[in-house]
Design a protein around this ligand. Structure first.
Ligand SMILES: [Zn+2]
Length: 551
């Protein structure tokens, strides 16, 4: 992060208000990345390079002479003058070359070790039939230089110590780690963890608010939904949606499609709902929110007989015995969709898009999305499985910003005017960055994410009692970068997405208008089929309060 040269785009955009449609003006400016708490870096790496055969006679001297004379030049390639990796120690025996290298941050010591191996093979291979068959890393020390650095946990760190200059880590790494860029990523991780402290702050700034509407209903619809039999609890956070709840949910869903998405040219697709771990990794979810997702395992074998021990136990105990089942499953292969847009970016992975074409605008209404939401599962406002329309877009930076702003306008217009719900929009900390464990990027001037929030009258205070029911984001070029999406002329590509929780829309709607369809906005009434709930002798709770009907 720190030492990679990042392009940061500062975009000045007039914040669109819902009365101020189509006025977005955007200027893109490129800046260098800002400085972080880590001022500099020092590395010290010792490694044994095992030779492909034993040296004979004066070959030991020849190899040593070659190393001493040519390694400094090989190491200096790409280094700033005076900052080349330095050989601190070099010994050659009949079976190996041992080297200790010190470096700064540009050409790093472990890179020098790899170059040494390559150079030996290239130079002495043809002359002496000699190469390096393996590397053993004897020690790997990295010192992060800076003031007030925070001691953080790092993978493969054996020891850490405060020094005069900063923090020194001893890492335990092997040959394959060196070739898999593990040391550089550990260094980036350290920088990232220092950043968290500085920039991990919550933003919430109200941008637009509908006029206060007189309260016409003052109850919490959550318990009433159960009481009336519109929904039934299935499992914590997972519900049956019965009638007429499902009708209301579909009416609101249809309105979002017709009044928010379609006017902006969005077309329906069905995105996959099993997300391979690698796609979740690219989206950043495996490092950002592994504790909030649900995972899917495949069976250890497709043979029924493989499960015999398990099926026997299920029969004998008459219980599902998950702890036994676990032994018969493979490692997790998928996550369930958390954001629902994960497969959208993967659609373009490794492909080349053409920004001369209009922006790509798709939506997916084939939820569910799955997540463990913090804050308990009291009612339908927090769910493990929830339905939503996920709206996704890709195009030029200005197109993506414009689409996002107009989505926000459309949501606000639908909610405020058509549905007569008191709503507001707010600039918030971009949740997609947090999901990917990204905390920097605060220097971008275009707003990353707007939330749309509905006021819940039964909770009282207009200052605080708002529920997020939709959001709309631009991701800049982050996913384009992480998913390796190319553009035919190398032009800047941005993506964005907008999600909404349909259960929350129903919740906010009922909290505003109550359960009597006579009191609802005309456009909803018009579509209302007035289906009746399922009833049983013992359910829903409301039915039990009435005296039994005589037959
Ligand atoms: Zn999304």
């Amino acid at each position: 992060m720190l030492f990679k040269k990042h392009r940061i785009y500062v975009v000045f955009a007039s914040i669109i208000t819902y009365k101020n449609l189509f006025l977005s003006r955007i200027v893109v400016v490129k800046l260098e990345e800002k400085q972080t708490a880590v001022k500099d870096l020092r590395l010290r790496v010792a490694a044994d390079l095992y030779l492909s055969r034993e040296l004979r006679g004066d070959e030991v001297e020849k190899v040593a002479e070659y190393a001493v004379s040519s390694f400094p030049t090989v190491f200096a390639r790409g280094a700033v003058k005076g900052e080349e990796p330095k050989i601190v120690e070099l010994t050659v025996t009949r079976e190996k070359l041992s080297i200790t290298v010190e470096s700064g941050r540009r050409v790093r010591a472990h890179e020098a070790v790899k170059r040494a191996r390559k150079a030996l093979g290239e130079e002495l291979g043809p002359k002496m039939g000699l190469g390096v068959r393996g590397i053993s890393v004897k020690f790997f020390e990295v010192t992060f230089i800076g003031e007030n650095l925070r001691e953080v946990r790092l993978p493969f760190a054996r020891k850490v110590e405060k020094t005069e200059e900063g923090l020194k880590y001893w890492l335990e790494l092997n040959e394959s780690d060196l070739y898999a860029q593990v040391p550089d990523r550990i260094i980036s991780l350290f920088n990232e963890k220092q950043e968290e402290r500085v920039t991990g702050r919550e933003v919430h700034r109200v941008v637009w608010c509908s006029p206060a509407k007189p309260v016409k209903y003052a109850l919490d619809p959550g318990p009433l939904l159960e009481e009336e039999g519109w929904v039934k609890r299935f499992h914590p956070g997972i519900w049956y949606y019965l009638q007429p709840y499902t009708s209301l949910l579909r009416i609101l869903e249809e309105m979002i499609i017709e009044k928010v998405a379609k006017p902006l040219g969005f077309q329906e697709v069905v995105l996959p709902k099993l997300i391979p771990l690698e796609v979740a990794r690219k989206k950043g979810h495996l490092s950002g929110i592994p504790s909030e997702m649900l995972y899917v395992c495949e069976p250890g074998s497709r043979e029924l007989s493989y499960f015999e021990e398990y099926t026997d136990l299920v029969k004998v105990f008459n219980e599902p015995r998950p702890e036994v089942l676990q032994k018969f499953l493979k490692e997790p292969a998928f996550t369930l969709p958390y954001a629902q847009c994960e497969p959208f970016y993967e659609l373009f992975a490794g492909e080349t898009v053409n920004l001369d074409n209009p922006p790509i605008r798709l939506y997916d209404r084939s939820g569910f999305s799955f997540r463990h939401e913090a804050g308990g599962l009291r009612s339908l406002e927090r769910l493990t499985a929830f339905t939503r329309i996920e709206i996704v877009y890709l195009g030029k930076p200005e197109e993506v910003a414009e689409i996002r702003d107009r989505l926000v306008d459309n949501y606000l217009s639908l909610l405020d005017k058509t549905l007569d719900i008191e709503v507001r929009s707010a600039e918030v900390t971009p949740v997609w960055m947090a999901h990917a464990g990204v905390v920097e990027d605060v220097s971008r001037k275009i707003v990353a994410t707007f939330d749309i929030e509905a006021y819940l009258p039964f909770r009282g205070d207009r200052g605080s009692e708002w529920l997020e029911i939709a959001n709309a984001s631009v991701h800049y070029d982050k996913y384009v970068d992480w998913f390796n999406i190319k553009e035919r002329k190398g032009r800047e590509v941005w993506t964005g997405c907008s999600g909404n929780g349909l259960e929350r829309w129903v919740y906010a709607f009922l909290a505003r208008h109550g359960f009597n369809a006579e009191d609802w906005p005309v456009e909803v009434k018009r579509l209302w089929p007035n289906f009746k709930p399922v009833t049983m002798d013992t359910w829903p709770p409301r039915a039990l309060k009435k005296p039994p009907e005589s037959s």
